[in-house]
Design a binder for this molecule. Structure first.
Ligand SMILES: Cc1ncc(C[n+]2csc(CCOP(=O)(O)OP(=O)(O)O)c2C)c(N)n1
Ligand SMILES: [Mg+2]
Length: 200
């Protein structure tokens, strides 16, 4: 896929997720729009995953820690062929698997997430397991900057550095906002860069 095609796909993903959030009258609009480019590039440039062979033990793992932004994930997965896009017509409807947070009942979702602060710790476990099994697949997580106040993340950062987990990729969607206001107002985490460097 060319850079231009990738850019156009981001536009398509944004338009599509807005359509389904509007239809469902539920969703996390800002956070999903914020991570669309990241998901697009992960699923169309970076991750070694195959919708037809999703359980392949050698696949790369992607666990979305900012689980509330599930609409961006669902649309990206559907576009990549994990399930028909039309499935999202039932987003957030009674008894649907396409609920407001990622669940493993949806083909292509690695892990149930949504309670913030769990994606990175799970990925640290996955990364250690891959090393023990002498596997070369990679582990990715996408975190929100508003979930950094969860203490579990900082234990996970410590462990990742301690065990030298070079197979682990923690991506931070550093949009300086969270649901109830700016990070400065809700919980100041400055300077994230200095803190992460200090944690190794
Ligand atoms: C443990 C926990 N506490 C509170 C919430 C409620 N909550 C959902 S999203 C959110 C803010 C997330 O902000 P951020 O991670 O920055 O996401 P983004 O800006 O990318 O949408 C909060 C507090 C939650 N899902 N889990
Ligand atoms: Mg944020």
């Amino acid at each position: 896929m060319t850079d231009k095609e990738l850019k156009l796909k981001s536009v398509y993903i944004r338009k599509t997720l807005l359509k389904y959030i509007y239809k469902a009258k539920a969703g996390h609009t800002g956070g999903s729009l914020s991570c669309t480019d990241i998901l697009n590039i992960l699923y169309n440039r970076v991750l070694n995953v195959d919708p037809k062979d999703f359980k392949n033990p050698n696949r790369d793992r992607y666990i979305q820690s900012k689980g509330h932004c599930v609409e961006a994930l669902f649309v990206t997965l559907a576009d990549r062929g994990f399930f028909p896009m039309s499935d999202l017509e039932e987003l957030c409807s009674y008894q649907s698997h396409y609920i407001g947070h990622p669940t493993k009942k949806v083909h292509g979702v690695e892990q149930n997430t949504g309670a913030l602060g769990h994606g990175l710790p799970i990925c640290v476990g996955e990364a250690i397991a891959a090393k023990l099994d002498e596997k070369s697949h990679r582990i990715f997580t996408l975190m929100g900057d508003g979930e950094l106040p969860e203490g579990s993340n900082w234990e996970a950062f410590l462990a990742a550095a301690h065990y030298k987990l070079d197979n682990l990729y923690a991506i931070l969607d550093y949009n300086k906002q969270q649901i109830t206001g700016s990070n400065q107002e809700v919980m100041n985490t400055d300077s994230v860069k200095d803190k992460l460097e200090a944690f190794g």
